[in-house]
Design a protein around this ligand. Sequence first.
Ligand code: ADP
Ligand code: 5GP
Length: 216
Amino acid sequence: MSDAPNSQSIQRRGLMLVLSSPSGAGKSTIARTLLEKDKGLSLSVSVTTRQRRDSEIEGVHYHFVSETEFKRLRDSDGLLEWAEVHGNFYGTPREAAEQALSEGRDMLFDIDWQGALQLQDKMAADVVSIFILPPSFEELRARLNRRAEDTAEVIEKRLANAAEEMSHWGEYDYVVVNEDLNIAFSSVKSIVDAERLRRDRRPGLFGFIESLSKGS
Ligand code: ADP
Ligand code: 5GP
């Protein structure tokens, strides 16, 4: 049997899908749906010093760590990027992300604009970044209240930070307004599908085209 590359096995580099938004715009909801429907994508589980919400599971949504542990990780170069957001520390564990990418697996990063900038600086060719916006400020407030996972004080702090966070929309490759969840999800999925087909992300095309050409 020939071991020439076929159209199914064309080698591709893993992409780093970065989703950011002001808190409450729906980024985690879109990320969750994407992870359920797209088995080629895995989530980068961040470390955080934030308190765990009732609905969150250690190791699934975050690795919840003390500030001492966070600083130990950060200072031993264990984080690919990190930032202080709404008064807590968050960071991306280096090892899991680097391993996925080296194996050509795609990873989703639910991180803020500071982290997105750091990944864009370090790994520009692999990063695809999407900024999710709410349809209005009133709806952003309503979603944070409906989520009912944070105290009133935390919600106010997040709303107060929203304008500053949204001012970074121009640093992203794509912007999606999450009014209707199904439409927003389809937009994000289309971006991922198209980015996977980019020529410069598919070094395996060289061998595939060579084998096609030999057959002609
Ligand atoms: P983020 O991760 O951006 O902070 P979430 O994904 O937690 O936001 O969404 C905040 C709340 O808004 C959740 O209760 C979620 O179910 C809800 N939500 C998300 N998208 C929509 C939408 N398009 N329409 C209405 N509610 C939404
Ligand atoms: P939350 O507390 O709502 O889970 O997240 C607050 C903010 O921190 C969100 O904007 C989220 O995307 C961001 N965030 C979560 N993990 C990371 C991370 O590892 N790095 C950075 N830079 N931001 C993160």
